[in-house]
Design a protein around this ligand. Sequence first.
Ligand SMILES: CC/C=C\C/C=C\C/C=C\C/C=C\CCC(=O)SCCNC(=O)CCNC(=O)[C@H](O)C(C)(C)COP(=O)(O)OP(=O)(O)OC[C@H]1O[C@@H](n2cnc3c(N)ncnc32)[C@H](O)[C@@H]1OP(=O)(O)O
Ligand SMILES: Cc1cc2nc3c(=O)[nH]c(=O)nc-3n(C[C@H](O)[C@H](O)[C@H](O)COP(=O)(O)OP(=O)(O)OC[C@H]3O[C@@H](n4cnc5c(N)ncnc54)[C@H](O)[C@@H]3O)c2cc1C
Length: 627
Amino acid sequence: MEGVDHLAHERNKSEFDVDAMKIVWAGSPHAFVVSDRISKLVASDPGFRKDNRSTLSRKELFKNTLRKAAYAWKTIIDLHLSEEEAAKLRFYVDEPAFTDVHWGMFIPAIKGQGTEEQQQKWLPLAYKMQIIGCYAQTELGHGSNVQGLETTATFDPQTDEFIIHSPTLTSSKWWPGGLGKVATHAIAYALLIVGGREQGVHGFIVQLRSLEDHSPLPGMTVGDIGMKFGNGAYNAMDNGVLRFDHVRIPRNQMLMRVSQVTCEGKYKQSDVPRQLVYGAMLYVRQTIVADASCALSRAVCIATRYSAVRRQFGSQNGGPETQVIDYKTQQSRLFPLLASAYAFRFVGEWLKWLYADVTQRLQANDFSTLPEAHACTAGLKSLTTTATADGIEECRKLCGGHGYLCSSGLPELFAVYVPACTYEGENTVLLLQVARFLMKTVSQLGSSKKPVGTIAYMTRVEHLMQCRCGVQRGFAELSADLVEAAVAHCQLLVVSKFIEKLQQEIPGKGVKQQLEVLCNIYALFLLHKHQGDFLSTGCITPKHAALANDELRSLYSQVRPNAIALVDAFNYTDHYLGSILGCYDGNVYPKLYEAAWKDPLNESVVPDGYHQYIRPLLKQEIRTARL
Ligand SMILES: CC/C=C\C/C=C\C/C=C\C/C=C\CCC(=O)SCCNC(=O)CCNC(=O)[C@H](O)C(C)(C)COP(=O)(O)OP(=O)(O)OC[C@H]1O[C@@H](n2cnc3c(N)ncnc32)[C@H](O)[C@@H]1OP(=O)(O)O
Ligand SMILES: Cc1cc2nc3c(=O)[nH]c(=O)nc-3n(C[C@H](O)[C@H](O)[C@H](O)COP(=O)(O)OP(=O)(O)OC[C@H]3O[C@@H](n4cnc5c(N)ncnc54)[C@H](O)[C@@H]3O)c2cc1C
């Protein structure tokens, strides 16, 4: 029945203060208040409705996304929302759109690679959305290999301009979100050519469309690249294709914080690492780690609540069947994902601090922690997105057949999420960057430069020093193994940041105890999953492995009575979850049944096509081919 909490008996089992855990998950009391208020504002506004998305054509979906983006912007202006509240509103609207790239990449790129003057000119326009930006780096022929990009930016000293050109088909910009139909401007990455010399890839602000009638400017061929994976909401994003035909832009539209071109045509590399050109990717990768904890927690919330509702087998003397959450197999698949959601939340908090710290240091021209920041953002982005994509699929499977319904929310969550393993750096390519960082650290062992920070533990691998010779040859040959070492390094990072979180003051009855259980599940699950490596390297004995397995089962039993409360702590509205299986009151079956009849296919009892195709079949009116 409506209004009845079918999960009340589960919530009554909780052994900790859920409201206190909500604040831990949100990050602070202030963050909780903002998040709670904005999520409820979005959920209560029919203008942000999203339950009909799966029935829309791509053009209807896209137009509806434009409407929502404009409505969200009007809401932000009308309610005088702060930047923090506006970001939360875009998050809870939960629709991939050009605004993600405008706010998530275009603006950070100008802030990180633009001069003070360039920031003063372009950021006010972007913040007021008087221009809409995209991040046009990837091309048809190159995405991972940024230095392989083919778009050219040739300086013309006669006119003090750059000529932006797409010399080959493979140099066509391809994938940039927002580019296909909406963006008026791009940060376009191109190979800089000055005085006939190539100077590597740099960023340029290029206007794409008229601010009067939105028509593409002369020399621009631009459009959408077409439908993407599944029927999911990511088709609301106009990932685009763009070709430049000798487009001229003023010299002051090259982002010149890292390097400059003078009006005389002199190329000047300032004394900052050229990698600052990659700065926007560092920023986005750290936001993606926080997004992973959100996406995984959504899937785990749905699967946990449904696992408590679903009963299958196990009836004794006509009594109720067993809740599937009570099966050890269900717990061994679900609870490590619950622990991972919390683990990624805390490592994401730390990574946000690391990024802010390195940004502050860069402003003082202190580049000492940039390599570590790159390795951490690259590695954790790779680790958390792979685990989250796999985790969302596992949550679908944990929900049996109903997990495959769009009304479960899981197919769309998966379809929207999985490109995170590819965009902002393909996950294996990024792990190779971590491996390169680790091997560089090994090569420096024994020197005066001692490993510090997240690699301090490597002082204990001095014996690896002898493998210093032939590093380059070894690297390529052993890259598959080195990628595994990179994953292990990142897993150590996640566990150590979870442990550090537990060393903080954490208020609320039983809250720290629950987090300790989840931290132990996360760590022991990894030890169990990779026990082959731990055994083969002599790190543990078979007895240790058996003890870890026994302890895991015990820990699952400790989580079981708190599972529903632990996912309630995410404080997601039913609107944001978008899932009948994960609805707060657990009243699943009536909602599933009611939702079925809303499908357009059920608008008529006799389906379109019956009279044309089925009736002739049934009535043998179709001449059957001689068998
Ligand atoms: C719908 C979304 C919702 C929410 C998300 C919210 C916001 C985000 C919005 C949208 C997200 C959606 C789409 C994503 C958009 C994109 O995908 S943008 C394009 C992303 N593309 C990439 O990530 C390309 C990946 N490739 C690279 O980064 C580089 O090519 C490379 C690092 C792989 C290689 O670099 P190279 O310069 O060629 O060579 P290298 O020799 O390997 O490196 C030289 C040295 O530089 C160091 N380094 C490399 N990168 C960085 C960096 N970013 N920062 C600092 N340092 C870096 C490297 O470690 C080497 O150092 P050494 O000391 O070893 O020499
Ligand atoms: C949904 C979505 C949104 C996107 N949005 C944007 C955007 O807004 N702006 C933008 O500029 N780009 C965007 N991209 C593009 C994205 O950044 C690239 O697709 C991504 O960087 C991967 O590059 P690639 O496609 O060249 O992959 P590739 O590098 O071609 O990957 C193919 C395979 O080659 C392997 N590989 C590549 N190099 C090596 C190596 N050195 N060693 C070992 N293996 C290797 C990879 O591991 C992978 O298995 C988007 C992509 C998607 C899917």
